[in-house]
Design a protein around this ligand. Structure first.
Ligand code: NAD
Ligand code: TYD
Length: 349
């Protein structure tokens, strides 16, 4: 492939995927299409944005004429689609944005790919990045397999489930060469500080309360973001057309245990006596429709494509804390919106 479109490349996971592809495939033109919502930040890519094979396009995947014109002009060989509204709490407050971007935006991209490839599918691929949240909630045991029936509970997961169904439908109906992966919770640098880990790092630093939803007994399976990016590279190049792959860290934590671990690391790094920040824990009303437990069975990815997570949690978690503590300016910028100024400075609009 000569030209690959990555959508949502200015966001958390997308920025790690763009960096990996730009550096690993210097002969391939990588186009990053992003609307730069509150979650998109070009500073995430400042180390690679002058590379000759990197191109940024500002745009909205909901805007079908714009998407069609872009595909016509650039004739992408492959698409890796990450752009999405991604925060469950925002989806509860405002579901419509999730339907526009996650469902309509995905179908716009499918239509554009179908139109430029026109049945000549050899050498093309449409890769849709999804989440384990589409499978719903588990009890105390078991893990999601690729064959687990969909049972989304939040507007976010319902919109992602819907987009997954459209991707499969375009494969089954039109033969579009699609592949899907469903990943567990990611952690690492560049995550917008509304999600649990960066939010709590920031709050502990500023001695602000830590709002734990419900009893803190919900379980998530955490994967380091660069391991997800490596899985995406592998599936994009070697995954079978029409298939789904689950990606997970085999690393389950109850929220409250993860938070206590985070407090232990933060107190040590901030030079506070051990346990000081435990007093910041505040139990608040549970999230509506809060899924109890997610866990991924990644056997298919491991046995068929040989993928394994490479970063041990203890190491990745500590590195993540270090990254946020040493990137105070990044945190201030994304929360104050001054990254918009960076965009104007860099791209002159
Ligand atoms: P994010 O919110 O950090 O980034 C999303 C990016 O998409 C932002 O750069 C934003 O500007 C862009 N975007 C949003 N709406 C757009 C639109 N209409 N047009 C163009 N660009 C738009 O999200 P993330 O956490 O990096 O997640 C990326 C993808 O991975 C999503 O599809 C998400 O569902 C999936 N995913 C995330 C996780 C996780 O733990 N974060 C886990 C599994 C799957
Ligand atoms: P989050 O990072 O929003 O990811 P997701 O909802 O996609 O799993 O939340 C991770 C877990 O942490 C989830 O069980 C909800 C919980 N949580 C809190 O207890 N307090 C918070 O302030 C946030 C943002 C999340």
């Amino acid at each position: 492939m000569k030209k690959i479109l990555i959508t949502g490349g200015a966001g958390f996971i997308g920025s790690h995927v763009v960096r990996l592809f730009v550096n690993k495939y210097p002969e391939v033109e990588i186009f990053n299409l992003d609307k730069l919502t509150y979650a998109g930040n070009l500073e995430n890519l400042s180390d690679i944005d002058s590379k000759p094979n990197y191109h940024f396009v500002k745009g909205d995947i909901v805007d079908a004429p714009f998407i069609n014109a872009l595909f016509e002009r650039e004739q992408f060989d492959g698409v890796i689609h990450l752009a999405a509204e991604s925060h469950v709490d925002r989806s509860i407050a405002n579901p419509m944005e999730f339907i526009f971007t996650n469902v309509v935006g995905t179908v716009n991209l499918l239509n554009a790919a179908k139109s430029i490839w026109q049945g000549h599918y050899e050498g093309h691929r449409f890769y849709h990045i999804s989440t384990d949240e589409v499978y719903g909630a588990l009890g105390d045991t078991g893990a999601f397999k690729e064959t687990t029936p969909y049972s989304p509970h939040s507007p976010y997961s319902a919109s992602k489930a819907s987009s997954d169904h459209f991707v499969r439908a375009y494969h089954d109906t039109y033969g579009l060469p699609t592949v899907i992966s469903n990943c567990s919770n990611n952690y690492g640098p560049n995550q917008f500080p509304e999600k649990l880990i960066p939010l709590f790092i920031n709050n502990i630093k500023h001695n602000k309360s830590l709002p734990v939803y419900g009893k803190g007994i919900n379980v998530r399976d955490w994967l380091y973001v660069e391991d997800h990016a490596r899985a995406i590279d592998l599936i994009f190049h070697q995954g079978k057309t029409g298939e789904t792959y689950n990606i997970g860290g085999n690393n389950e934590w109850r929220n409250i245990d993860l938070i206590k671990k985070l407090i232990e690391i933060m107190d040590r790094k901030l030079g506070r006596p051990e346990g000081t920040s435990l007093q910041l824990i505040t139990y608040v009303t549970d999230r509506a429709g809060h899924d109890l437990r997610y866990a991924i069975d990644a056997t298919k990815l491991r046995t068929e494509l040989g993928w394994e997570p490479t970063i041990k949690f203890a190491e990745g978690f500590e590195q993540t804390v270090d990254w946020y503590l040493s990137h105070e300016e990044w945190l201030n910028n994304v929360t104050s919106g001054s990254y918009q100024e960076y965009y104007h400075k860099m791209y002159g609009e």
